[in-house]
Structure formats: structure tokens, C-alpha cells
Design a protein around this ligand. Structure first.
Ligand SMILES: C[S@@+](CC[C@H](N)C(=O)[O-])C[C@H]1O[C@@H](n2cnc3c(N)ncnc32)[C@H](O)[C@@H]1O
Length: 187
């Protein structure tokens, strides 16, 4: 069902950048970097139909918050219809405006920001604006957790992450179509 939704939106919006949601292996690998024992403010860029969102909500405690920032209006409406949880805020906007979103949610900074937005399609100006504002939006020690297709070279994202974050690690998750390159950038 989700795959049909992705296909329909993919043909109209190239920023959807995928014809199927991330696999459960991909979701678990990215989320393994989150300490769910703590009270967290988590932001998700590009939740799509909510495959990460569902996993996060299952594992977050009651006092944690999840802020979803989705640029595609159809996905935004699907999320608003499907998710009714007091810990969640759904915002139809683009990731570079994360600081405005945090202010509107009355939060100063986040513990984790997850992102599946296709950095490979962004020009350098927008890429750097998103990374600059993401870095500012994170607490010290906070993590930017990014999953991208494995076709990316270091020039697409890694070198840019290295400019903003003192620690950047990357690994591959092969159990996804296509395989993923997963980054953990720590402020
Ligand atoms: C590759 S899909 C990932 C969807 C979902 N998180 C998953 O793992 O299956 C990328 C998502 O990012 C969204 N997106 C693309 N550019 C964005 C931006 N600048 N800000 C927020 N969302 C964006 C797309 O609409 C799409 O939902």
C-alpha cells in the first residue's frame, strides 16, 4: 500500500526520491543510534508515509516529543489522517526552516534529527543552509542521523557534514532497496 502511495507521489515530485519506504532493517539501523531511555525531542525531516515515525513512537517515552517536517503536501495530509498522538507535531514545510518550527513548537533545541531527504538532488546552497540550521537546531552532543541511497559519493554529503560536525561516521545497510548509506553526525 505504501509503495503505491510513493509511486504516485514520486512521479509528481522528484524530491520524494523513492518508490518504496525504507525497510525495517534500515529503520532499525538508523534508530539504533537513539537512546530511548531518555526524554528526547526528536525531529524527522521527510517522514513520507511514516515508516520511521511509527518505530519512533513505539520506542519513545511519554514525555518525549516528535516533530515531523514534511515538504510534500500529500504526505503531510496522509500523516495528519493516520497519526493521532499527543507527542507528535506535523508540519508541512521544508527542512531549512527547522529553527522556525522549533520556535513554533516552543522547543529550544533537539536531541536527534533524522533525515531521509535526498541531499543528492539539492544544490550546494540549499544543502549548506539545511546543514547550518540543523547544526544550530541540535543540542551539544545531539545527533543528525541521515539515510541516503548507497550511490552517493563523499562529495554529495559526507564532506559537507564534516564541515559542520566534529564526528561523522557512515555505514551501509544492504537490506534495503536500494541499499542505504547511513550517517551518524554528532555535534
Ligand atoms: C526518500 S523519501 C523517505 C521517506 C520515509 N522517511 C522513508 O524512510 O521511507 C524522502 C522524503 O523526504 C521528503 N522531502 C524531500 N525534501 C524535503 C525537504 N526539503 N524538507 C522536508 N521533507 C523533504 C519527501 O517528500 C519524502 O517524503
Amino acid at each position: 500500500m505504501d509503495t503505491i502511495t510513493y509511486l504516485k507521489n514520486f512521479v509528481k515530485d522528484r524530491n520524494v526520491a523513492s518508490i518504496t519506504p525504507t525497510s525495517s532493517f534500515g529503520v532499525k539501523r538508523v534508530c539504533s543510534k537513539i537512546d530511548f531511555e531518555r526524554q528526547n525531542v526528536i525531529i524527522e525531516y521527510g517522514p513520507g508515509t511514516g515508516v520511521f515515525t511509527r518505530y519512533l513512537l513505539k520506542n519513545m517515552d511519554d514525555a518525549s516529543r516528535l516533530i515531523l517536517i514534511e515538504r510534500n503536501k500529500n504526505f503531510g495530509s496522509i500523516l495528519k489522517k493516520k497519526i493521532h498522538d499527543p507527542r507528535v507535531v506535523i508540519v508541512n514545510d521544508s527542512a531549512e526552516n527547522v529553527l522556525d518550527t522549533l520556535r513554533a513548537c516552543r522547543e529550544s533545541q533537539a536531541d536527534y534529527i533524522l533525515s531521509g531527504i535526498p541531499f543528492i538532488l539539492l544544490n550546494d546552497e540549499l544543502k549548506n543552509l539545511i546543514l547550518y540550521n540543523t547544526h544550530r537546531a541540535l543540542k551539544k552532543g545531539g545527533k543528525f542521523l541521515v539515510y541516503q541511497t548507497c550511490f552517493q559519493t563523499d562529495n554529495h554529503l559526507k564532506v559537507h557534514l564534516d564541515r559542520y560536525f566534529p564526528i561523522v561516521r557512515s555505514k551501509y545497510e544492504l537490506r534495503n532497496i536500494p541499499p542505504l548509506r547511513v550517517y551518524e553526525a554528532i555535534k
